[in-house]
Design a protein around this ligand. Sequence first.
Ligand code: 13P
Length: 249
Amino acid sequence: MPAKLAAGNWKMNGTGAALTEIEALQSSHPAPGCDVLICPPATLIARMADMTSGSAIAVGGQDCHAAAGGAHTGDIAATMLTDAGASHVILGHSERRADHGESSADVLAKAVAATEAGLVAIICIGETLEEREAGRTLEVVLGQLEASTPDASSAETVVIAYEPVWAIGTGKVATLEQIAEVHAAIRDALAGRFGDGGDFSILYGGSVKPSNAAEIFGVANVDGALVGGASLKAADFSGIITALEASGG
Ligand code: 13P
């Protein structure tokens, strides 16, 4: 069975004051019935990891460099994330693919570095509106999946996040049919390539909120969510965790 994961991506939001949201989350979900992860800005990882050590909340990075170290100003190596207390790292988010020109080959190299460092790599894939309207959704998503995922991937080291680019931060959620179609195709592709395809966690991301989480988690092959805006406030993220705990999946 895939692990259920509620993952928050804080993106470039939050200073030390935002750590009170983590305290609130620890109070509302001292023993969550699913895996819970927050990926804050890099500046907060160590402090958040200290706060959450021994609790059920895991902490992750939002990117890492493919190299082990060296002259890469502003970048962070995978081993630096583990050293700071991170257990996961988001890779290939569409904002990084768009803003930093990251290709699937770049994401693959980062994923290899991350998994070798002992991090779980959350590999993001998703089509643009233009690609969807051109009928290319599955071709794009499965192409990114194939090219971004290491050959040595397993359900223990890699999580896939399907995030339609047009649904991120827009309030537009993919329909349940659209989510079902893409998640089933991802599951089939993983099963075809890796023996344990059925065990990989496949997350949906894109305008997930407490009000729509339950129906999304009811879709086959949806094992959790990668949440942006609604992960910033404990009250909102808590509602999403509760929906995931309650889901049959
Ligand atoms: P929103 O939940 O704000 O749409 O962001 C989704 C996302 O990009 C998570 O990685």
